[in-house]
Design a protein around this ligand. Structure first.
Ligand code: NAD
Length: 482
């Protein structure tokens, strides 16, 4: 257990650490012992009201929205410096709270710093359009922060995903209320100290812990919150969409996935196997862009399945804090039960070739052996539904057309991975596949300037690069007759 753990987490509102108005708390478990290690304040509508009022005051009266981009950028670079300087502690806490392997949690802490650095730079480099009709008219764009942004985040890689919203929301001059996931509130609490130390004025960043149906719901329905950026399940996204409708809020939704990795017979098989193992078993399989369906061309299918299953069996399951661990403990017993139910279902829908339940030597904790099902038909639930754990379905195909139909034959469209040495085939497939992001012969590595977002049930809108700046700002057109 990490040293100096708090036993109680509070909200952070208007620069102060406070309990819920009604004193309510909820229990937070660690995924290895599944015991409660702290209580967190359970925010309700009254607490959200208070946080929104503080954020609104900071937006209307405070310096933040009025600072030059360069000035805000300096503060946000300091945030990045502080996050970087504490990466080991952040990783330790995140790994303990979420069950992520410590080496991967360290990578995520560094990505959080990088997100801040990126948006701090971008907002300074920002240019806006101006159009001139010679001798007649000048038209230009005023870009303005919108107000109080409501940020609602999930429990997978929580600190990094929070930074993905906090960075651009703050860089563009908005003030925020963050509602982090209730399974993993520990690392979110660190933002308060980081922002204070970096010089973010009080009221600009506010944090309300609590359950989605209470604190999250109140934030979505609050009339003084014109923007909601949400990352989470597609079902929750639908509910938020409906609840935000009466206020016509700006919405950005990053939702679930069931992304295909398509391996053609002409692919570099060693590279494809390594990448597709990493694609579904890294981050415990609790990754929105996981390649959780692998479609393999018939000529190489048997060899692929045999080699893949053998490699999956060698993936090291272990305590999250150990440096050699590749798959740690799933976040929460409820989620563990859900993943285990899918594994049992998978045994009736496909052919189990690796894993299949709790790994040997781990009688307690939310440990799941990397699990591989082969010969999974496309109407199987384990082919169609997001499992969000270390479980993968492999399905054969014969032709490019069949691969495309299988890839697109689910409700989701977040990511796709294609393995082939035929350049034309790779680009043609990328063009046709229903996916917000496609990786050709590559691991899931992003360039922060590119759009991030899904199609179909995987999301609404795009963030990433200038698209994040667009989401968090109004663009007002000004016309001048010359
Ligand atoms: P979730 O939808 O259960 O919860 C996400 C957040 O929404 C939490 O903070 C939760 O408290 C809150 N919430 C729940 N109900 C709410 C309501 N009625 N109103 C307002 N807020 C509410 O998702 P999760 O289980 O925490 O996260 C896993 C999901 O997130 C997976 O589906 C995964 O694919 C998705 N995800 C998507 C991306 C992406 O970028 N597309 C990234 C990470 C995770």
């Amino acid at each position: 257990m990490p040293s100096d753990l708090p036993d109680h987490l509070q909200h952070y509102i208007g620069g102060e650490h406070v309990d819920s108005a009604d004193g309510a708390t909820f229990a937070v478990l660690d995924p290895v012992s599944n015991e409660t290690y702290l209580q967190a304040a359970a925010g309700k509508a009254a607490d959200v009201d208070r946080a929104v009022a503080a954020a609104r005051h900071a937006f209307e009266e405070g310096p933040w929205p009025r600072m030059l981009p360069r000035e805000r950028s300096r503060v946000l670079h300091r945030v990045a410096d502080i996050v970087e300087s504490r990466d080991a502690r952040l990783a330790e806490l995140e790994s303990f709270d979420s069950g992520l392997p410590i080496t991967q949690a360290l990578g995520q802490a560094r990505r959080a710093a990088e997100n801040f650095r990126f948006f701090a730079d971008l907002v300074v480099a920002q240019t806006d359009d101006a159009f001139k009709v010679p001798g007649r008219q000048l038209n230009y764009v005023n870009r303005k922060p919108i107000g109080v942004a409501g940020l609602i985040t999930p429990w997978n890689t929580p600190f990094m995903l929070e930074s993905w919203k906090l960075g651009p929301a703050l860089a563009t001059g908005n003030t925020v209320v963050l509602k982090p996931a209730e399974f993993t509130p520990l690392s979110a609490s660190l933002w308060a100290g980081i922002f204070e130390e970096a010089g973010v004025p009080a009221g600009v960043f506010n944090l309300v812990h609590g359950l989605g149906e209470e604190a999250g719901d109140a934030l979505v329905k609050h009339p003084d919150v014109p923007l909601i950026s949400f990352t989470g399940e597609s079902r929750t996204g639908q509910l938020i969409f409906a609840n935000a409708a009466p206020h016509l809020k700006g919405l950005s939704m990053e939702l679930g996935g069931k992304s295909p990795a398509v391996v053609f017979a002409d692919a570099d098989l060693d590279a494809a196997i390594d990448a597709t193992i990493f694609g579904v078993f890294s981050l415990n399989g609790e990754r929105c862009t996981a390649g959780s369906r692998i479609l393999v061309q018939r000529e190489i299918y048997d060899e692929f399945v045999e080699r893949y299953a053998a490699q999956a069996t060698r993936v090291v399951v272990g305590p999250p804090h150990e440096a050699t661990t590749e798959v740690g403990a799933l976040v929460h017993p409820e989620h563990y039960d859900k993943v285990m139910r899918y594994i049992e279902l998978g045994k009736t829908e496909g052919r189990l070739v690796a894993g299949g339940g709790r790994p040997d030597g781990f009688p307690t904790g939310n440990y799941v052996a990397p699990t591989v099902f082969a010969d999974v038909p496309p109407d199987a639930r384990i082919f169609q539904e997001e499992i969000f754990g270390p479980v993968v379905a492999i399905t054969p195909f014969d032709t490019d057309e069949e691969a495309l139909a299988l890839a697109n034959g689910v409700q989701y469209g977040l990511a796709a991975y294609v393995w082939t040495n035929d350049l034309r085939r790779a680009h043609t497939f990328a063009q046709a596949v229903d996916a917000g992001m496609v990786w050709l012969n590559s691991n899931n590595v992003r360039d922060l300037r590119t759009p991030f977002g899904g199609v179909k049930a995987s999301g609404l809108g795009h963030e990433g690069g200038y698209r994040s700046i667009d989401f968090y700002t109004h663009q007002q057109a000004v016309h001048v007759t010359l």
